[in-house]
Ligand binder design. Structure first.
Ligand code: DGY
Length: 325
């Protein structure tokens, strides 16, 4: 008998067919109040879950006593209580690797957009305010040759370093839990303490996951260490940053600009003070959002789920302790 799987993210027809060959699939089309109700109704029969952008806490998952596997269509796993899942021997998988380059592209898009004021100046043209050759009041700052500071040297951090070092001739500084000799050799990157990196880098880019240790890592004290020329980029998770402190730093020109793909609360409220500031480029958590990459992530999640439900070890198992072989 096929196992029941609940999807809370739509799949392409090809992936849906692949999943349906092996499982009985219930699709929750959207995560509005109605969709959440349908999800709750489907949980008691679910052996597998596949989706993203939903906090799956113990209160919800207690409704799914037969659950064996969750395949998250994301690299970040901050929506899951891993200890709880491990206690219940529920296998959690994610989708690393396939989104690395695309997410690093987004990081670099934000670096260029903030430094060269792309959004602000494009809006000036669009709104009919371009009357003469622009002068210093509209000039940006160079990216090439400036110092790139990366906090969290995982796969995405490395892909950002690659772009900065080889593409833009940027000296690379990094801070992470441990030293990365291969990264240092390949990109001529230098390790720094968090404090030193914040003081030295022209571009300060967050690429680290949200965990109990990283939540609120960048607050008033850290913004105070940055320079008025610093540009702050966040493509990790909003909660790694104290957003009120960021807004304060921008208001008081303690930093030059911010490029933000993630926020404390998403979607960002349209009356957020961040949106009043010309030197903020805000994008809608689009790090991995290309057709190719989202399909690759979904494919990866489907394969992870099918493996787990077939009693095999998924390629991207997040909680190996739950694996019983
Ligand atoms: C990820 O894959 O974690 C992206 O940030 C989407 O949530």
């Amino acid at each position: 008998m096929k196992k029941q799987v609940v999807l809370y993210k739509k799949l392409s027809p090809a992936l849906m067919t692949r999943l349906q060959q092996h499982c009985d699939v219930t699709l929750i089309e959207s995560l509005d109040a109605d969709g959440l109700m349908k999800l709750r109704d489907a949980l008691p029969g679910a052996y597998g879950l596949l989706g993203a952008s939903l906090k799956l806490d113990a209160a919800l998952l207690d409704l799914a006593p037969q659950l064996q596997a969750i395949a998250s269509v994301s690299v970040g796993v901050d929506n899951y209580d891993i200890d709880y899942l491990t206690r219940r021997k529920i296998l959690l998988s994610n989708t690393p690797d396939v989104l690395t380059e695309t997410t690093a592209d987004t990081g670099f898009a934000l670096i260029l957009a903030t430094a060269r004021r792309v959004v602000e100046l494009a809006n000036m043209v669009r709104s009919g305010q371009w009357h003469r050759n622009i002068g210093p009041a509209h000039f940006g700052t160079d990216v090439h040759g400036k110092t790139l500071g990366i906090i969290g040297m995982g796969r995405i951090g490395e892909a950002l370093a690659q772009r900065g070092h080889f593409g833009f001739g940027m000296p690379v500084l990094y801070h992470s839990q441990s030293r990365k000799p291969a990264v240092e050799a390949r990109f001529d990157a230098q390790y720094r303490s968090l404090e030193a990196l914040l003081q030295e880098a022209d571009f300060i880019c967050l690429t680290l996951p949200l965990t109990a240790q990283t939540e609120g890592l960048i607050g008033a004290e850290q913004f105070a260490l940055m320079r008025p020329e610093s540009i702050f980029i966040n493509i990790s998770r909003g909660k790694v940053v104290d957003e009120a402190a960021l807004i304060d730093a921008l208001h008081h020109q303690r930093i030059r600009a911010a490029g933000l793909d993630v926020f404390e609360r998403e979607p960002l409220n349209h009356d957020s003070p961040l949106l009043q500031l010309n030197n903020v480029v805000a994008t809608p958590h689009m790090g991995s959002a290309t057709h190719e990459t989202r399909e690759a992530m979904a494919r990866c999640a489907v394969e992870n789920l099918l493996a787990a439900l077939a009693g095999e070890k998924p390629a991207n198992l997040v909680n190996p302790v739950a694996w019983q072989g």
